[in-house]
Write a protein that binds this ligand. Structure first.
Ligand SMILES: [Mg+2]
Length: 419
């Protein structure tokens, strides 16, 4: 394995004996060029918000440094219009209103804590605190800060009414849906006819994602060892096919035994009654026949739940062995998966490059790919709060609870891990 990786070492013992390995697609099988992707997401969501709600186009103007506000796993405290980060003991590390840093104790008192914040107790988020995980959602706090700053400047005030922050948040979510959610209750829309995000990616995939030729070889090796390989993605079929074709080649589907699209994680791992449909491109929702098991010669399923995977393995191997699922969402791909099933979870945390020596080639590459977040937020992995060095809250969950944490899938390329 990558000998510069100093994270959780039990990955080495835990990976090779799995009967099946499941993968998330975005930011897992697909490695994005995060800096370019963040700029794209910012632009397309803002454009939608500007057009729909009549904001000036100056909302689009950001300095290179301001993009560094868009870190993974920030929390928006909507009522107060604040964006913040928390440490492993739930203490607030830093908080901002707009792009202006606020004093944590003035805002939250000497405990520096959010009341009632317990993201691991349930898959449902507390609507008061929005956790923006993953490098699609990282732009939400950034846009929230920009719009808050804009409105404050307009009113010549340091803060807004609570209801104003809620309005801003709702407008951002609408702008997000107008780009990412290319389906409604009645129809799945072709991605090149929906919003700006998918069109930009499909016109220039090389600007936004890496080819994955090396990891393809790893997947083929795993397959030749008899591992069952599968995908559970929350994306719908067309976008998954676009990104996977670019990164793994036209015949990428041959590598996998079965695929769940629009998987609705984390509910996929938690609700055994969630329906499963065969993919049918002739239906408006692409949902064909309802099935309750993996069907021979049918590779792609819409929605679904974890029991189909377990049943399939039980039948194929006569007994159910261990299943591993790898994804970048520490909670929805990994933590809840381990909590609600007997599966193991490995999280991809790209910011682990911070553990590498500054001159390491991997670190230099990673820093080029990722947005420079330190001037707003400090280090990702740990922070000093009141002279105590504390891990970031989500990274600490990953280290304590999961089977493993790796920087990118490439860290799992070493064959000795798997055989
Ligand atoms: Mg993902």
């Amino acid at each position: 394995m990558d000998n510069k990786f100093q994270g959780k070492q039990n990955i080495v013992q835990s990976v090779f004996n799995h009967q099946a390995i499941g993968f998330d697609v975005d930011h897992c099988l697909i490695r994005y060029k995060v800096k370019a992707l963040t700029k794209l997401c910012y632009k397309v969501i803002c454009q939608a918000v500007i057009e729909k709600y009549n904001y000036p186009s100056s909302i689009l103007d950001l300095t290179e440094g301001e993009y560094g506000f868009a870190l993974n796993y920030l929390v928006i405290h909507i009522d107060k219009g604040i964006v913040l980060r928390i440490a492993e003991n739930k203490e607030i590390i830093k908080c901002y209103r707009g792009f202006t840093e606020q004093d944590v104790e003035t805002e939250y008192g000497p405990t520096r804590m959010l009341p009632d914040f317990d993201p691991i107790s349930s898959i449902k988020q507390n609507p008061q605190y929005i956790v923006c995980a993953t490098y699609f959602e990282n732009v939400i706090p950034l846009i929230f800060a920009k719009m808050t700053q804009f409105k404050c400047e307009q009113l010549n005030s340091n803060q807004l009414e609570s209801s104003e922050y809620h309005t801003i948040f709702v407008q951002i979510i609408e702008g997000l849906k107008m780009n990412y959610q290319h389906f409604d209750q009645h129809k799945v829309f072709p991605i090149n006819q929906y919003g700006r995000f998918f069109r930009q990616i499909s016109e220039n995939p090389g600007l936004y994602m890496f080819k994955q030729n090396q990891f393809r070889t790893t997947l083929e090796n795993l397959k030749s060892q008899g591992k069952v390989l599968f995908i559970v993605t929350n994306s719908h079929y067309e976008f998954m096919n676009l990104t996977m074709t670019y990164s793994y080649g036209e015949d990428w589907m041959n590598i996998f035994d079965f695929i769940f699209v629009k998987g609705g994680k984390p509910e996929f791992f938690n609700n055994p009654y969630k329906q499963t449909f065969l993919l049918d491109m002739n239906q408006p929702l692409l949902k064909g026949q309802v099935v309750n098991q993996i069907v021979a010669n049918q590779k792609i399923y819409v929605e679904g739940n974890y029991t189909l995977v377990e049943q399939y393995l039980q039948q194929k191997f006569s007994s159910l062995g261990q299943i591993l699922y790898i994804g970048d969402h520490i909670m929805n791909d990994c933590y809840f998966t381990q909590k609600y099933t007997n599966w193991d979870g490995i999280a991809i945390v790209e910011e682990l490059f911070e553990q590498l020596k500054p001159d390491s080639q991997y670190r230099v590459e990673a820093e080029q790919n990722i947005i420079s977040y330190r001037s707003y937020w400090g280090n990702y992995l740990e922070s000093t709060v009141n002279n105590q060095v504390l891990k970031n809250y989500w990274y600490s969950i990953a280290c304590k609870e999961l089977k493993g944490v790796v920087r990118t899938l490439d860290c799992l390329q070493n064959q000795s891990l798997w055989s």
